[in-house]
Ligand binder design. Structure first.
Ligand code: FAD
Ligand code: NAD
Length: 402
């Protein structure tokens, strides 16, 4: 008899953890497990702002999938998913295709420019290893050419960031540390460089309490970051952002959009029913009406019944969903009832560079400064531990002092 085939799409926090847990739970006789991912590596998406600023290298944030998943226990396919044909239980890949009995869709997120004119063409976005590396290389190039280029524009060293949510703020926190190092390396006066973060809402990081927001704002401003709140970006031109009601043009040599994310475009291309770009899953994490398809991580919305709104998509949420999906797949294979997903919120920490941060953990215990930065490194190492055990923490963990 043929074994049931479980196909996991995406080796991010959600997909890699699901595959790991399936291998731990199921015997080789129970199911064939297949993991499909665009690259042969997983990347720590939560570290991409550091790659984009150049405070860590792309390799620091990458983990070879075969270091975490034993290729004898799961088939590893490195290819891009183009479309899921659910009526035929088939996934079309760029170079081949694959059938499944059970499917886990964990293809993650993409930057969302909300259709703002010129954004896609003229701004960088932090999306994956390659796009993040491009930003740090571009910034360094601006510095490298500044003194040698007589024609260099005054604003070529301006770094303009659109959106002061988590990603925008964590990115400018890293830039505030990187810029002085670049100024030293290329003999440029710090006063020639501006870091400008533009935000439409009346506050940065609205999910944190006001005292933590004030702390973050002061810490960044003390290190030379200019924060413009209540300033909506209406267009991005090759020169910079057009901002606010008076259509002010802010010019910069480096323009980065960090204004939000959306689910993988594969969802729409596969004709799935979407709410704000993602699948609204049932409480057992299955796609409504589909017995054999789970959608997790940043591709789905999971309803928080207490708050009557979906949980905000995070790596923390994605990894907890993976545990439940693996348990529910085991339940399906053994004719047991499926579990409902319940999120255990361990709190949130945002970095403001390598040695500063803010956080609210364990039901609103607040922390800031070095203690928050240490906690952030603990969180980063914990996620490595959950995916690859002590071996991965020793190989890729954040152990260095400030
Ligand atoms: P992803 O991590 O995006 O993984 C998706 C995987 O699928 C990737 O390996 C990708 O290569 C692959 N893939 C995509 N498309 C295809 C395709 N077509 N074919 C094949 N493979 C494909 N959350 C937190 O909880 N804490 C944090 O501190 C935090 N910090 C963040 C910092 C930044 C800068 C950013 C951008 C996000 C941060 N987040 C954080 C959010 C978190 O990164 C996401 O919620 C998380 O990545 C979602 O995990 P995922 O597995 O759904 O998707
Ligand atoms: P976000 O949606 O959290 O923030 C985007 C920001 O851009 C918002 O503040 C929004 O008001 C602003 N914005 C949108 N349109 C604008 C416009 N036209 N002009 C000016 N400002 C505009 O998106 P994000 O920061 O990319 O985060 C994406 C996801 O990743 C979130 O779910 C977040 O929780 C998660 N994340 C978590 C962490 C962490 O836990 N430390 C870090 C990074 C990201």
């Amino acid at each position: 008899l043929n074994k049931p085939k479980i196909v996991v799409l995406g080796a991010g926090y959600a997909g890699l953890t699901t595959t790991k847990r399936l291998i731990q739970k199921l015997s080789p006789e129970q199911a064939e497990i297949v993991l499909v991912n665009k690259h042969n590596y997983h990347y720590e998406a939560t570290w991409l702002h550091e790659v984009a600023a150049g405070t860590i290298t792309p390799n620091d944030a990458r983990v070879m999938i075969s270091d975490v998943i034993n290729p004898n226990k799961a088939r590893l396919i490195y290819d891009s998913v183009v479309e899921i044909k659910k009526d035929e239980k088939r996934v079309v890949l760029e170079n081949s295709e694959i059938t499944y009995d059970y499917l886990v869709v964990a293809l993650g997120w993409k930057s969302n420019d909300f259709g703002i004119k010129g954004m896609a063409e003229n701004a960088f976005a932090i999306e994956d290893i390659d796009s993040s590396r491009l930003i740090s290389e571009h910034i360094e190039y601006q510095f490298a050419k500044f003194n040698s280029d007589e024609q260099a524009e005054d604003d070529s060293l301006n770094i303009l960031i659109g959106g002061a949510g988590f990603t925008g703020i964590e990115f400018v926190g890293e830039l505030a540390e990187k810029v002085p190092a670049l100024c030293k390396k290329y003999d440029i006066d710090r006063s020639k460089v501006r870091i400008i973060n533009v935000e439409a809402a009346p506050s940065i990081l609205p999910m944190f309490d006001k005292d933590l927001v004030d702390y973050a704002k002061k810490s960044l401003e003390d290190r030379g970051v200019e924060i413009k709140i209540g300033a909506a970006i209406s267009e991005c031109t090759p020169e910079g952002f057009i901002v606010g009601e008076d259509n002010e043009l802010i010019k910069a040599g480096t323009v980065v959009w960090t204004g939000g994310v959306k689910g993988s475009p594969v969802l729409g291309d596969s004709g799935f029913e979407l709410t704000k770009g993602k699948v609204n899953v049932d409480s057992d994490l299955r796609m409504p009406g589909e017995e054999n398809i789970f959608v997790i991580g940043d591709c789905s919305w999971v309803w928080n019944k207490e708050a009557d709104r979906p949980y905000p998509p995070t790596a923390q949420l994605a990894m907890q969903e993976a545990d439940v999906v693996a348990a529910n797949l085991e339940a399906l294979l053994t004719n047991q009832p499926l579990k409902d997903f319940v999120f255990d919120d361990k709190g949130t920490v945002a970095s403001l560079g390598q040695s500063d941060g803010i956080g609210s953990i364990f039901s609103n215990y607040k922390l800031s400064g070095k203690r928050a930065a240490v906690m952030k490194k603990v969180v980063d190492n914990r996620s490595l531990y959950l995916m690859g055990g002590v071996k991965l923490v020793l190989k890729k963990g954040k152990m260095r002092p400030f």
